[in-house]
Write a protein that binds this ligand. Structure first.
Ligand SMILES: C[S@@+](CC[C@H](N)C(=O)[O-])C[C@H]1O[C@@H](n2cnc3c(N)ncnc32)[C@H](O)[C@@H]1O
Length: 362
């Protein structure tokens, strides 16, 4: 075979392979769009009848019902007109009316079904867009170059974002992102092993602190209200359900322990035989803050950091005795880290950050 014949054969072979590949990719696309229709169908049904009769079949039934009634209306109507023109009695009037009513009924069913599907699809689109906006859904391009979206895995970031949305919407007293970032900075700088929090509520601050822990850090969060304690335990558990191998932050959230009880009693009972507290975060009831500190003081490590929330907004109220104590006692070096109140950029607040250094400790 000469080289021209071989080149011709090669071209032909390539063209044939290209055609096969094109066909395969068209088949795959067709298959995918069919799968999507089926998926929509499986997600759409809202009652038993809709499960039994899929939408395409319903549309065929109602559409063909409407069309046949319309044709029957035209035929019986024409016969009726001819009958009336030749002095007939108009006996066919009920038949025409029944046909027309059937046509209207089927057409209404057809339109309602179609509209309901459009509404469901646009509602799903809205939900998807909202999820993309909150960061719970990510957009990606698949191997066929199509823009797709998928829900992000539930992990600690996901739970923290969810709690932030809740906090913002209902003005919940979670510390919020700005104070959260300050706390994380303190934890990263000081690398505490034993972190103790008073006031878990839903676990927002405990999770935020846990994300910044070092390899041997642990958070014990105390909550006096058992309903909040349960909520915090649930969110902590959810936060650890992501792909742990690739996200150390999620693993660290697994080192949050929520304890139920009044911190003022629980700390002295439980910390006698535990490692000393390296970081104490006080965020319970403002006018009890000094009592929390006094309960925890015997268990503070030398050089421990004590952080108290709402040190500016309640400076002249519930936090006053606490602030006077840490600012006047020689064992503490204390300063206010100014920031905004959670969920409200117009209100000033702050964290009181105090270093505990009892005499002789160096
Ligand atoms: C401001 S919220 C805590 C918010 C949480 N630290 C956050 O940022 O997500 C105060 C919580 O402290 C709890 N609490 C109040 N007094 C307490 C006490 N004596 N011991 C333990 N928890 C207490 C309350 O039930 C409430 O859930």
């Amino acid at each position: 075979m000469d080289h021209r014949a071989r080149a011709w054969l090669r071209q032909k072979h390539c063209a044939a392979r290209q055609q096969t590949e094109d066909k395969a990719s068209e088949d795959a696309k067709g298959e995918k769009s069919r799968n999507r229709v089926i998926e929509n169908e499986l997600r759409d049904p809202s009652n038993f009848l809709e499960f039994l009769v899929p939408r395409p079949l319903r549309l065929v039934l109602t559409g063909s019902g409407a069309a046949s009634c319309l044709i029957a209306t035209v035929i019986t109507g024409t016969q009726l007109l001819a009958d009336l023109r030749y002095g007939g009695s108009g006996d066919a009037i009920p038949t025409v009316a029944i046909n027309a009513a059937g046509g209207l009924l089927f057409a209404a069913l057809f339109t309602a079904d179609q509209r309901a599907a459009d509404t469901r699809i646009s509602r799903r689109d809205k939900v998807r867009k909202a999820q993309i906006g909150t960061g719970d859904r990510e957009v990606y391009v698949n191997k066929d170059g199509e823009r797709m979206s998928r829900l992000r895995e539930v992990d600690s970031d996901w739970i923290i974002r969810r709690l932030e949305r809740w906090g913002k919407r209902d003005r919940m007293p979670f510390i919020g992102p700005e104070k959260g970032a300050l706390l994380q900075r303190i934890i990263r700088e000081r690398q505490p092993r034993q972190v103790v929090e008073v006031g878990s509520m839903a676990g927002y601050s405990a999770l935020t602190m846990a994300q910044a822990l070092g390899p041997d850090g642990q958070v014990i969060s105390l909550e006096s209200d058992w309903k909040w304690a349960l909520a915090a335990k649930r969110f902590v558990w959810q936060a650890t359900q992501g792909d742990k191998s690739s996200k150390p932050a999620d693993q660290q959230c697994g080192r949050v322990d929520v304890w139920v009880g009044n911190a003022i009693d629980k700390i002295p009972q439980q910390f006698v035989s535990r490692p000393p507290i390296d970081l104490l975060f006080l965020d319970g009831t403002p006018n009890e803050t000094l009592a929390y500190l006094k309960a925890a003081e015997p268990f503070l490590a030398k050089g421990a950091t004590v952080v108290a929330d709402n040190a500016a907004i309640f400076a002249e109220g519930g936090m006053k005795p606490y602030l006077e104590y840490v600012r006047s006692d020689d064992r503490y070096t204390s300063k206010l880290m100014k920031c905004k109140l959670e969920w409200n950029d117009e209100v000033e607040d702050g964290l009181e950050v105090s270093q505990y250094m009892p005499p002789g400790a160096l």
